[in-house]
Design a protein around this ligand. Sequence first.
Ligand SMILES: NC(=O)c1ccc[n+]([C@@H]2O[C@H](COP(=O)([O-])OP(=O)(O)OC[C@H]3O[C@@H](n4cnc5c(N)ncnc54)[C@H](OP(=O)(O)O)[C@@H]3O)[C@@H](O)[C@H]2O)c1
Length: 254
Amino acid sequence: MAGRLQGRVAVVTGASRGIGEAIALAMAGEGAQVALVSRKAPGIEAAADRINAAHPGSATPFVAHVGEVAQLPALIDAVCAQLGTPDILVNNAGTNPYFGPMMELEWAAWDKTFEVNVKGPFALMRAVAQRLHAEGRPGSLLNISSIFGTCAAPFQGIYGMSKAALISMTRTLAVELGPAAIRVNCIAPGLVETRFSSVLVQNDELVRRYTERAALGRYGAPDEVAGAALWLASDESRFVTGQVIHVDGGYTMA
Ligand SMILES: NC(=O)c1ccc[n+]([C@@H]2O[C@H](COP(=O)([O-])OP(=O)(O)OC[C@H]3O[C@@H](n4cnc5c(N)ncnc54)[C@H](OP(=O)(O)O)[C@@H]3O)[C@@H](O)[C@H]2O)c1
């Protein structure tokens, strides 16, 4: 039986590990050709090898820094040349360089956070949407935000602001690109065990506070975010756009 993404090309940023690798693996398992993107060649090549071992010929690694927007048109050109125009984009790569009170923030952390978490994702969405529009093809664009895009984020305030900006971008682009049948949605994960969150997951007090508030009483694993991404990328969600789906074990409803 053909996979749900058979014949589609997907770009997943931050795909060398964690949530991005899990999404890329799930999409490859549904028949997509997946362009894996991260900054470091050894990591992204190793992830491509792991995914190709499970689904031969499905994953191609690309090296790019999503915070350096000047690199991104060439990235999308390279993906188009090797795999074809992307039908799916997952803006998953993210950064959180500053943990502390907003009052003590330094501008370098502000700039880095917004360059990687907002400016790069917008540049990629625009580059992919322009191609799709020119070819008259539908598409599905996804942003990986965070519960901190909709909740207060003490000690992660700049990160939270950038993730809120992604949600705003999702909604406005959904309106502007809807007539071209290009859907734009967002996933807001809660605490998920990855390298990115390792400091949080190793902090017993933070874990206790998270698991007490989350209805399911636990934090998540990367493959538990992949299912929502797969659904939003596939035709099963073809009447869904501009939405934010919290994948957080019931943390935000409490
Ligand atoms: N884990 C959580 O609890 C959690 C919760 C809510 C939201 N999120 C969001 O989920 C996304 C993925 O996080 P994760 O937890 O899976 O992190 P992770 O396991 O640390 O993986 C991060 C990935 O992003 C890549 N990356 C980092 N900076 C990049 C850049 N400037 N350009 C290109 N690639 C870059 C990394 O590879 P390289 O080092 O090779 O670049 C890696 O592949 C992030 O947007 C994060 O904000 C995570």
